[in-house]
Design a protein around this ligand. Structure first.
Ligand code: SF4
Length: 350
């Protein structure tokens, strides 16, 4: 997505949802611009209604639904704020803060002062409420925590809250130093990938709403209108895979009966009119690393029997703080030996 948006600069489609979210943010900013002199409820509703651009919506009915939902959100928010006005430090506050050789930028929707050493960062959401575990791991909130502690170094505590406006529900969490280190690692890795022009598609639920789907190798075939011979092959392949899948499930159910029979009779091969089934027992052993090394290393054969575990190496490389030269050296030592091309079939839910 990054490549399509920021390098290829492909235009984004207008999104009713995004426009609506933005308009709600602007209205909330209008309410809290000067928390010591709140506008009246009538002024707030006038601001919301006069700036609601109906022409942005494809259908009159959709625009009406959005307008009414937004009005409920604004009325409920206004009521809450006028009953208990928070000590607002800033709203819609842009930041751009250096992190090593990179700059992290973003916007705090709202920052409230709890006491001299504690602030609350409030991020407004108009979408669905997630599970608390997701909030506790949310990278955007880690970034806000880091940015707040850079911007206001006197802070000892930062409360991070996602404020879901439609059900009027706030989910809060906190971050520690270790989360900042993880964030830094992620930022560096992502920046490295951008510098190396490595833009692999990252499939996820957003693909279905992505503005660039018709250009993305992962999704572009979905938009092909013209029929091709491959369409028949795809259908045939999926039919065979479906049969294979259900046959595998059925045969797995029979396996325990066959093993039981072989165990009870002491036999290792079975016969029928259709063919035979033999049982092959493959033992797996693990050698004592130290003992083998002690004997093979002096004979110059230790390296012949050891190989680099790519998965572990990748993990260690992300954890170790290597210099850019070391990173480059390891990267250049990497050779592509072969590529396994697997086909993964997924079936539509019926
Ligand atoms: S379709 Fe999915 S993988 Fe492709 S650019 Fe969009 S979000 Fe990324």
């Amino acid at each position: 997505m990054y490549k399509f948006a920021y390098i290829d600069k492909l235009p984004t489609k207008k999104s009713e949802k995004m426009w609506f979210g933005n308009h709600i943010h602007q209205t909330l900013k209008f309410i809290l611009d000067d928390p010591y002199h709140l506008p009246t409820q009538a002024e707030t509703i006038r601001f919301y209604a006069e700036n609601f651009d109906k022409s942005f919506f494809s259908e009159e009915k959709t625009s009406q639904n959005y307008f009414e939902n937004g009005l409920k959100i604004i009325e409920s928010f206004y009521r809450k704020i006028s009953e208990d006005t928070p000590n607002v430090v800033t709203t819609e506050d842009k930041f751009a803060i250096p992190m090593g050789e990179h700059t992290i930028s973003g916007i705090f929707d709202r920052v409230d002062k709890i006491d001299e050493e504690s602030f609350e960062i409030v991020d407004y959401k108009t979408g669905r409420v997630p599970d608390q575990r997701i909030v506790d791991r949310d990278l955007q909130l880690t970034l806000y925590d880091w940015a707040a502690k850079q911007k206001w170094p006197h802070l000892k505590n930062v409360k991070l809250s996602l404020y879901f406006l439609a059900p009027d529900l706030k989910l809060s969490t906190q971050r520690e130093k270790k989360h900042h280190l993880e964030l830094e690692k992620t930022v560096n890795q992502t920046a490295d990938q951008i510098n190396q022009q490595k833009f692999e598609p990252t499939p996820g639920p957003l693909c279905n709403y992505c503005d660039f789907a018709e250009f993305c190798p992962l999704m572009k075939e979905k938009f092909r209108k013209e029929k091709k011979q491959i369409d028949q092959i795809i259908n045939q392949y999926l039919k065979f895979k479906a049969k294979e899948l259900s046959a595998n499930l059925e045969s797995e159910k029979l396996k325990p009966h066959i093993h039981n029979y072989l165990d009870q009779t002491g036999a290792e091969k079975l016969f029928s009119d259709l063919g035979t089934i033999s049982r092959q027992i493959i033992p797996y052993h693990q050698y004592d690393h130290k003992v083998v090394r002690e004997i093979l290393e002096p004979k110059g054969h230790w390296l012949d029997v050891t190989k680099i575990d790519n998965y572990k190496l990748k993990q260690i490389l992300t954890e170790l703080k290597l210099t850019p030269a070391e990173k480059e050296k390891i990267d250049k030592s990497k050779k592509l030996i072969r590529e396994n091309k697997n086909l993964i079939a997924k079936f539509k839910k019926r």
